[in-house]
Design a binder for this molecule. Structure first.
Ligand code: ATP
Length: 206
């Protein structure tokens, strides 16, 4: 597939052909600016390729039929500032069809229990990210794509995320992690690389 943000921008991907395994824990590695976050947005269906297709479990990524199969954890949390942690979890567990009791147990393993009554705009960035991670990975899914999920997490949360990712892998799901480094405990079964970003004439002049 080929994708550019606009007609005036150089394409981020030109005739990119990539296939992820059906299951496993995949590290997606690439230099800064090579398009990891763009690929995450193409898989989320928010962005669409100018040519070619992005398929999730055989479904066009931008079609509603892809939604139940896929979860995406973007780098930047998008929370409702005045809503509490508890309300975020209750709201998103209802949307995902998950039992709130189980979601709260999971929140406990990420040490979120002391923050349940706190408004989202009063959370530290690490706590915000834990909440975001939980909200985006509820319910049943076959594929989850996480963009830099370890940023700002404390050791306990990193360990818990590593444990959960291994569990998802053992359950036969596909877990794709776009991350620069390889944090302690992160053991991908496969590493995929994106092509390095093209150097434009403008870059060369600079
Ligand atoms: N909204 C946008 N509009 C125009 N260009 C964009 C936009 N977002 C990203 N880009 C450009 O697309 C290219 C790929 O960016 P992207 O953020 O996907 O890379 P990345 O690999 O995730 O980078 P990093 O590792 O630094 O997070 C870059 O040249 C970037 O400047």
């Amino acid at each position: 597939m080929t994708f550019a943000y606009s007609e005036d921008d150089p394409p981020v991907f030109t005739d990119l052909s990539m296939r992820f395994p059906r299951e496993g824990l995949v590290a997606l590695q690439a230099p800064n600016g090579s398009g990891k976050s763009t690929l995450v947005e193409l898989v989320s269906g928010y962005l669409r390729p100018g040519a070619g297709r992005v398929l999730v479990c055989g479904h066009d990524a931008s079609s509603p039929s892809a939604r139940p199969w896929r979860r995406v954890v973007r780098t930047r949390p998008a929370l409702y500032p005045a809503m509490s942690v508890y309300d975020h979890l209750a709201f998103s567990s209802q949307l995902a069809g998950s039992r709130l009791h189980g979601v709260l147990e999971r929140a406990g393993r990420y040490r979120l229990e002391d923050w349940l009554d706190t408004r989202a705009d009063e959370l530290s960035s690490g706590t915000e990210r834990k909440l975001w991670l939980l909200m985006c990975t509820l319910g049943n899914f076959d594929v989850v794509m996480l963009d830099e999920p370890f940023i700002a997490l404390d050791d306990q949360a990193r360990a818990e995320l590593n444990r959960e990712m291994c569990q998802w892998r053992e359950e036969g799901r596909l877990v794709v992690v776009a991350a620069h480094g390889s944090p302690d405990g992160f053991q991908p079964t496969t590493t995929l690389r994106l092509p390095a970003p093209r150097t434009t004439e403008k870059d060369k002049k600079e």
